[in-house]
Ligand binder design. Structure first.
Ligand code: NDP
Length: 347
């Protein structure tokens, strides 16, 4: 064969998504310096605070974070100024406008626009300020509503999204694609992790904006305190869902930090699901509520099943550690300790 310039284009262009050459993909361990300056965007949130704790526990000493009051990530100039002055070497993007089915449905514009603004400003500032490693957090809702189960990364953009959260999903898809474009064009280690439904300490327990697991926990707890009053839950209880304890996601982020992952997109989950009814009964038992559960079938169920295919992460060596009952117990213990001061995200 001649010089590299004479190689066929498809051989030169073997990057993310390029199919012609299917070599076995391996991670490449990175010798991380514990003083590397790591900016965790959204470090007060459930995910960001868990990532902070995980990195601090591993001895990383140069972590930086700003609250939304100190730095509004929707403000492009402020974000560019922050990067120019702080010069982070690694960015973990755990900042987003996050919410459950109700909030997504009622505030489509905020879920689309704020998420695009936050991630665009972070990704672009990182690129312009020579950040070599960027970990973008998306969500399993990026996959089509009726995609085959379990959801593989390759199903992205193959069909229509779930209408109740398509705004949020579209924003996240553009974030994944921006990071993929940077890998392709600039050969930088910008990678996207798509967690399944998360729960854990520092979760949002506001009944109007929270996800299903913390919302149920709060409802069962309040009903227990109210003489075990009946608890009404949305939908039929039949949809299947997967849940990951947030500290397990934080370990996946550390894994993505300390290894160069060969692809642009990875699912992160447990690979196991259960019905919403089984989830409700598990939380009810752990909380100690002894009243009735009433299913309000007039309310939407959402996607019938959402289970991640996590074989790509497993093949590279990451696996979750915390089982669901253990994670719910840890979350409820934290809820009880913090019930006067837990987070309630308002729109
Ligand atoms: P939280 O709501 O707990 O935290 C979000 C964080 O984003 C907050 O700390 C908030 O900062 C910050 N933030 C929001 N808007 C701005 C802004 N304009 N400027 C600066 N900071 C801002 O969310 P999670 O921790 O649950 O989610 C983090 C990531 O994980 C998101 O990308 C989400 O898509 C993803 N994810 C979450 C799942 C879940 O079940 N929770 C499931 C799958 C993915 P402050 O507190 O200072 O206001």
């Amino acid at each position: 064969m001649g010089s590299i310039e004479q190689l066929p284009c498809w051989l030169l262009c073997v990057t993310d998504g390029a199919k012609p050459w299917k070599a076995a993909k391996k991670r490449q361990e990175i010798e991380m310096n514990k003083t590397t300056k790591i900016y965790i965007a959204g470090h007060n949130g459930m995910v960001g605070s868990s990532v902070w704790r995980a990195l601090a526990a591993k001895g990383y000493t140069n972590l930086i974070g700003k609250s939304s009051k100190e730095l509004d990530l929707k403000n492009q100039q402020a974000v560019q100024d922050f990067f120019a002055s702080e010069k982070p070497e690694v960015v973990i993007d755990a900042a987003a406008r996050v919410g459950g089915i109700l909030a997504n449905n009622d505030f489509p514009y905020q879920f689309l626009m704020e998420n695009m603004q936050i991630q665009n400003n972070l990704i672009d500032a990182a690129l312009k300020n020579n950040v070599d490693k960027f970990i973008f957090l998306g969500s399993s809702c990026i996959y089509p509503k009726l995609a085959p189960q379990p959801l593989k990364e390759e199903y992205l953009l193959t069909d229509s999204l779930e209408p109740t959260n398509e705004w949020y999903a579209l924003a996240k898809i553009t974030g994944v694609k921006a990071c993929q474009a940077i890998r392709k064009q600039f050969n930088k280690d910008y990678v996207s992790l798509m967690p399944t439904n998360l729960y854990g300490i520092h979760d949002n327990f506001d009944l109007a904006t929270s996800h299903v697991l913390p919302a149920m926990m709060r409802k069962f707890h309040q009903a227990k305190e109210n003489n075990h009053a009946p608890v009404t839950l949305w939908g039929s209880g039949t949809p299947l869902r997967e849940f990951l304890f947030v500290d397990d996601l934080a370990q996946a982020v550390v894994f993505a930090l300390e290894n160069k992952l060969p692809d642009y997109l990875y699912n992160v989950g447990t690979g196991e699901d259960l019905t919403i009814k089984q989830l409700a009964e598990t939380i009810q038992r752990i909380v100690g509520h002894q009243g009735k559960i009433v299913w309000d079938a007039s309310k939407p169920d959402g996607t019938p099943r959402k289970l991640m295919d996590i074989s790509k992460m497993h093949a590279l060596g990451w696996k979750h550690q915390v089982q669901l009952e253990q994670g719910i117990q840890l979350t409820y213990d934290w809820f009880l300790e913090n019930r006067d001061g837990f987070k309630e995200v308002k729109m």
